[in-house]
Design a protein around this ligand. Structure first.
Ligand SMILES: Nc1ncnc2c1ncn2[C@@H]1O[C@H](COP(=O)(O)OP(=O)(O)O)[C@@H](O)[C@H]1O
Ligand SMILES: [Mg+2]
Length: 231
């Protein structure tokens, strides 16, 4: 289990996240939804050790507070940042290898084959510069890069933002495939409808506070959530 306990994130005087507690069980898919500026990105960055925080991050019983990002990754956390952050001039395969920090070469090759099997279009284009791929294909590369370190918990920030509907669907199918292989997912999504279709549970953040959480079914049908922004 990945536990976030009493998380508070500040940027100087500004408080972005206030006392948020939530958990992701082994193999579970949880959506973290809420309007712009709600503190979703700050929450996952705190889990990954990319911003300092108060409260505790606990992974399968081990307290991660104070550990650098690479150490958290080597303990089983994977990260797909908003906007993908690929190296545009580097090939697709080189971009995938960026995610394999401290992974033995043999495992790197196995993971590359696994990713090319899961996302054939990425395999076909593995020698091309990342910038030549469509937005949806680049998102698959960013997902693949995170998979290179065999994460048991994958944290994904805005996987579908700015993509065309067909590509949004492809990215959600990719996430579903990753989930079927046993990875837990904490997915931050603007597209709440789509996220609630796939995730098992959801947490709703508003101005840095956890407002609602429950099964996706409950959240989808909660009049308060619908009124605030599901429309
Ligand atoms: N680096 C930063 N410095 C100062 N304020 C920030 C920084 N990053 C985010 N914030 C603020 O923290 C709040 C939460 O932002 P964020 O976590 O990015 O929310 P979300 O991902 O839900 O849109 C917002 O008010 C935002 O302006
Ligand atoms: Mg964000």
């Amino acid at each position: 289990m990945l536990e976030i306990r009493g998380l508070t994130v500040r940027y100087g005087q500004a408080v972005a996240v206030t006392d948020v507690s939530l958990e992701v069980n082994k193999g579970e898919w949880v959506a973290l939804i809420g309007p712009n500026g709600a503190g979703k990105t700050s929450t996952i960055k705190a889990v990954l050790g990319l911003v300092s925080h108060e409260g505790h991050i606990v992974l399968e019983g081990e307290v991660l507070d104070g550990l650098p990002a690479w150490a958290r990754q080597s303990r089983g956390l994977g990260y797909v940042p908003e906007g993908r952050r690929l190296f545009a001039e580097m090939s697709v395969e080189e971009n995938l290898r960026v995610g394999a920090y401290r992974v033995p070469e043999r495992r790197v090759r196995e993971n590359l084959s696994r990713i090319y099997e899961m996302f054939p279009v990425v395999g076909e284009k593995r020698r091309r510069p990342a910038k030549n791929l469509s937005g949806g294909e680049q998102q698959l590369v960013a997902l693949g890069r995170a998979l290179m370190s065999d994460p048991r918990y994958l944290l994904v920030d805005e996987a579908s933002l700015g993509l065309m509907p067909l590509n949004v669907e492809a990215v959600f199918q990719a996430l579903a495939a990753i989930h079927r292989q046993g990875s837990a997912i904490l997915l931050v999504e603007q597209n709440a409808h789509k996220a609630l279709e796939h995730a098992e549970r959801a947490c709703v953040l508003e101005v840095g506070r956890l407002q609602f959480s429950g099964s996706s079914e409950e959240i989808r049908n909660d009049p308060r959530v619908i009124e605030s922004y599901l429309g």
